[in-house]
Ligand binder design. Structure first.
Ligand SMILES: Nc1ncnc2c1ncn2[C@@H]1O[C@H](COP(=O)(O)OP(=O)(O)OP(=O)(O)O)[C@@H](O)[C@H]1O
Ligand SMILES: [Mg+2]
Length: 656
């Protein structure tokens, strides 16, 4: 409402009143109800037609002088609700000089209610933003909470309920519903009382907004608010503030989130690959039908045994190497035939030009015969020690999933992978497999030879030690030499403890063959050649002294088969006897062979067949036959022995 001349009254009849110049000029028609008995001094600052011109001009001059400081100076309207803050923050600066008297300031809230960035009547506190920029140019820069709380804050904080625009706390943007068009801007501002310039802003702020309050840290001006949606009250979105300083980098926690986010994906990835997925390829495969000629293992059809069931391809059929393994050097095709009818010949060692073996690879044979080796011994080894058994796949070894994975990752892959760079550390070339008799140590040694596409030479410690140390040493050196001139080769030395004569008290007298063994393991007889892997097995690891133990870079415990593995071994062994048990009988047998090794399970089947007078008897083996044979085979490994394996594994094993 605004004053009009007809409202004018004689000056002496004017009731005294206090006028807050920050509000519009109320006319006498709006004079406040005077409290009973209370006189109210009030001066209205406007002229009257029956006073002398001189008086009027004096009055005007006096008021003009009195109020010119107010009307012309920049005025920072305090935040609504945070009014207390603004007063605190701005101190006397910019506050209108209050008129003495009871009049409370014109209730500004109704003018700005619900405007973005204003605090709805929540007064004080560490409140959020300063006044709303909705009527930008008319209201002060929003103040950071830091300022409001008397100290710079790390980052602009927004009033609770801040919704991305400068919205009043608790305001939620209208989603979807079309809002009424905003009232024309003219309605948004009370028209200035007469005497104000028609076009200028209500208060004249410096164009660039205000710098942060001095003394409260030099926070950069806030980022311009994203275009706030129309407000529920239909008020127009704020006109943009002057462009702010570049916003601060996001707090480091974002990086942390990124990491956790990455963690989650890594974790999910790992879970997707999963351990069971990892071992899936090691799953024990059901027994395969015996080979056409009835033999359980097909011999090499061309009579030549290359050491693990591979057949030599006719000369010239070598695969040409390509890619990262170097061109022109023929490579063995790594793979191996499976039990049962031969699907296709796997070549073992294609005729290869004697190319120099790349450093560190489990690679191409040197080709030249070893120097300084007794040719007779060499001939003996080659004919007697090269293993002609069928290749062994991971799936042919029941159970032992974790061990198979460890062998593949710690041994096979590093040996097959060419050196990452010249001089890169060589992969281990010696491994010790220890565990109870018949647990499958030799089977795993054979499996390694198959996986490496290597010639398999098998030695038994007891065999070497028998003929005396001199002969034994000669044979040992010949075996290492033979392996060296046919790499890749796996030298499987079973019962390696037999090479070392150990007294019962566990101390090891220097065995007859310990020195030559250690010399060969150190590479003295060619074992250091790139293409030779030495696999030692023992069921008496405690008999190995430290010198021998340390020569084996890797040491793994081969445990007895667990229930499922026993079931698989039994099924395969019984299938070879033409015997098939019912589920229930098989389960009972698995239960009854607790503590049996794979070897003992095979022996059980053979014993049952024998006990039943098979194979003469024309009937299949029955559960009863097996049940009767159980006590004859019985597990050999005693609980005490099993405990000693566990202890040794804890001290010297590589676990898996
Ligand atoms: N996990 C297994 N899966 C399938 N067959 C097995 C397994 N363990 C042992 N066998 C079978 O048991 C027999 C003995 O296995 P192997 O010779 O490997 O035992 P070992 O640990 O070397 O015994 P030793 O300590 O007496 O030398 C082999 O016929 C083998 O096929
Ligand atoms: Mg063995």
């Amino acid at each position: 409402m605004h004053w009009t001349p007809e409202h004018a009254q004689p000056l002496n009849q004017w009731p005294e009143q206090h006028l807050d110049v920050s509000s519009t000029t109320p006319s006498p028609a709006h004079k406040l109800e005077l409290p009973p008995g209370g006189r109210q001094r009030c001066h209205y600052a406007w002229a009257h037609d029956d006073i002398s011109a001189l008086t009027a001009s004096n009055l005007l001059k006096r008021y003009a002088e009195k109020y010119s400081g107010v009307l012309d100076s920049p005025y920072e309207r305090p935040t609504l609700g945070g009014y207390g803050d603004a007063a605190f923050l701005n101190g006397a600066k910019g506050d209108p000089e209050p008129w003495p008297g009871p009049e409370t300031p014109y209730p500004l809230a109704s003018l700005h209610e619900g405007l973005p960035g204003t605090k709805s009547g929540t007064g004080g506190g560490s409140g959020g933003l300063g006044g709303s920029p909705v009527l930008a140019g008319n209201l002060p820069e929003p103040l950071y909470a830091g300022n409001a709380c008397g100290g710079p804050s790390a980052a602009p904080e927004y009033a609770a309920g801040y919704g991305g625009g400068y919205l009043a706390p608790g305001y939620c943007t209208q989603t979807g519903a079309a809002l009424p068009p905003p009232p024309p801007a003219a309605l948004l501002q009370p028209p200035p009382p007469p005497g104000y310039g028609p076009s200028g802003p209500l208060y004249n702020y410096p164009a660039g907004g205000y710098a942060a309050q001095p003394g409260y840290g030099t926070l950069p001006p806030p980022p311009a608010p994203p275009p706030a949606p129309y407000l529920t009250s239909g008020l127009a979105a704020p006109t943009p503030l002057p462009t702010p300083a570049p916003s601060r980098p996001p707090p480091s926690s974002y990086g942390f989130q990124g990491a956790s986010e990455a963690g989650v994906s890594l974790k999910r990835k790992a879970a997707d690959e999963g351990a069971e997925g990892r071992y899936r390829k090691y799953a024990f495969e059901p027994a395969k039908a015996p080979a056409a000629d009835g033999a359980s293992y097909p011999a090499a059809d061309n009579g030549e045994c290359r050491g693990n069931g591979f057949r030599a391809k006719p000369p010239g059929a070598a695969e040409e190497a390509s890619g990262k393994y170097g061109g022109g050097v023929p490579l063995k095709v790594l793979g191996s035939p499976v039990y049962g009818p031969q699907l296709e010949p796997f070549e073992k060692f294609p005729e290869r030009s004697p190319a120099p073996a790349p450093r560190g690879g489990f690679a191409v044979p040197s080709g030249e015969p070893p120097k300084g080796v007794d040719p007779g011994a060499l001939e003996l080894v080659t004919s007697k020690m090269v293993d002609c058994g069928p290749p062994v796949q991971w799936a042919d070894v029941a159970g032992q999933g974790a061990l198979k994975a460890a062998l593949e990752e710690e041994l096979v892959w590093p040996l097959l992978r060419p050196p990452a760079y010249p001089g890169s550390p060589r992969p281990p070339r010696t491994v010790l497999l220890f565990g109870p008799r018949g647990a499958g140590k030799a089977l795993l040694g054979r499996c390694l030879a198959t996986q490496l596409g290597a010639t398999l030479l098998r030695l038994r410690g007891a065999t070497l030690a028998a003929p005396g140390s001199a002969e034994g040493a000669r044979l040992l050196q010949a075996a290492f030499a033979a392996a060296r001139c046919r790499p890749p080769a796996v030298l499987l030395i079973s019962e390696v403890d037999a090479l070392l004569s150990a007294r019962e008290d566990g101390a090891t007298a220097a065995g007859a063959l310990q020195a030559p063994l250690l010399a060969c393991l150190d590479g003295g007889c060619g074992a250091g050649a790139d293409g030779v892997l030495v696999v030692g097995t023992t069921s008496r690891p405690a008999a190995l002294d430290e010198a021998t133990r340390r020569r084996f870079a890797l040491r793994f415990y081969v445990t007895l088969p667990d229930g499922p593995a026993r079931g698989q071994i039994l099924q395969r062994a019984l299938a070879q006897q033409g015997c098939a048990l019912s589920e229930r009988e098989l389960a009972a047998l698995v239960q009854g062979t607790q503590g049996f090794s794979g070897g003992e399970l095979g022996q059980l089947c053979q014993q049952a067949a024998a006990g039943a007078g098979l194979p003469g008897l024309q009937r299949p083996l029955s559960y009863k036959d097996l049940e009767a044979a159980l006590p004859k085979v019985g597990p050999r490994a005693s609980p005490k022995e099993l405990d000693s394996f566990v202890e040794w594994d804890k001290m010297y094993g590589f676990g898996h």
